[in-house]
Ligand binder design. Structure first.
Ligand code: SAM
Length: 267
């Protein structure tokens, strides 16, 4: 008899995985090792949770839907040690959750808030070993795309600046109940060590990337004119006539770092 009686909630992006083969592929991709600390975002009815728990023996999950908390607890009995954090994932301090260790994150994310979740967890990148996320395929394509691609944009640059992005496999709508309207894909993200990221001032980097892609059709000079001059762009080794979609991640970092070490304007 199932512990889960409530119908899926659209407002919480609930599309529950049921396809065995896909679940096995996710567990294999995560491949948890003894002593590691696993945290799942959005366990839902436990499609990934229970196989991971059976295999690893312990797991922390973050779930916002109060109707799922008791059923998850009951259904996990005898499988291992399940710790449930009943909270909005966007309010979870993953640095605190990791304590003095580091965590591995897993999740079939609620698609309606997947980008805010990505940016939120990356605030704590130094506390995270890696992430395995199910997302809309279109989002994974954007995350992994290279300069010159139509889908290369702010998400690509921000993610690739901080992580190694590795798309793993695609998942069709039929693997979920109810099926989403779009194709999905599983991606592995591995945060780079802080000394490899090389961003002097993260706020400035974010601002450069946001403005550069704010108006994709504009030249770089015009797009980032609130932040700097054409001379700054040249001094950072870039062409003011270039467009954001042609620039490598390292070039955005070079421009932001140049601005970070500029002397403050007189006045
Ligand atoms: N892991 C399950 C599976 O694969 O079948 C469920 C995945 S479902 C796509 C997304 C899950 O995230 C749901 O359980 C939903 O309740 C939960 N969720 C939605 N918004 C959330 C939030 N803000 N914080 C934490 N969990 C959330």
């Amino acid at each position: 008899m199932s512990h889960f009686k409530d119908p899926p909630k659209k407002s919480l992006g609930q599309h529950f995985l049921h396809e065995r083969g896909v679940i096995e592929k996710i567990v294999l991709a995560v491949n948890p090792q003894a002593g590691e600390r696993l945290v799942e975002i959005g366990p839902g009815q436990g499609a990934i949770t229970f196989p991971l728990l059976r295999r690893h023996g312990s797991l922390t999950v973050v779930e916002f839907d109060r109707d799922l908390i008791t059923p998850l607890m009951e259904a996990s009995e005898g499988l291992g040690e399940l710790t449930i954090v009943h909270k909005d994932v966007l309010k979870v301090d993953f640095g605190k959750l990791a304590g003095d260790g580091r965590i591995r994150l897993v999740g079939n994310l609620p698609y309606n808030i997947s980008t805010p979740i990505l940016f939120h967890v990356l605030e704590h990148a130094d506390a995270i070993v890696d992430m395995h996320f199910m997302l809309q395929k279109e989002v994974v394509d954007r995350m992994a795309s290279a300069p010159g691609s139509k889908v290369y944009g702010r998400l690509s640059v921000m993610l690739q600046a901080l992580c190694r992005v590795q798309p793993l496999f695609d998942v069709p709508p039929g693997a979920f109940r109810p099926p989403p309207k779009v194709d999905s894909a599983v991606v592995r993200l591995v945060p780079k060590p802080a000394d490899q990221v090389g961003i002097a001032n993260f706020g400035l980097f974010e601002a450069v990337v946001r403005d550069a892609f704010g108006q994709r059709r504009k030249t770089l000079r015009n797009a980032v004119q609130q932040l700097c001059s054409g001379d700054d762009i040249v001094a950072a080794g870039l062409r003011p006539e270039a467009r954001a979609e042609q620039l490598e991640v390292a070039q955005f970092i070079a421009l932001a770092n140049h601005l970070a070490q500029r002397p403050p304007a007189a006045g």
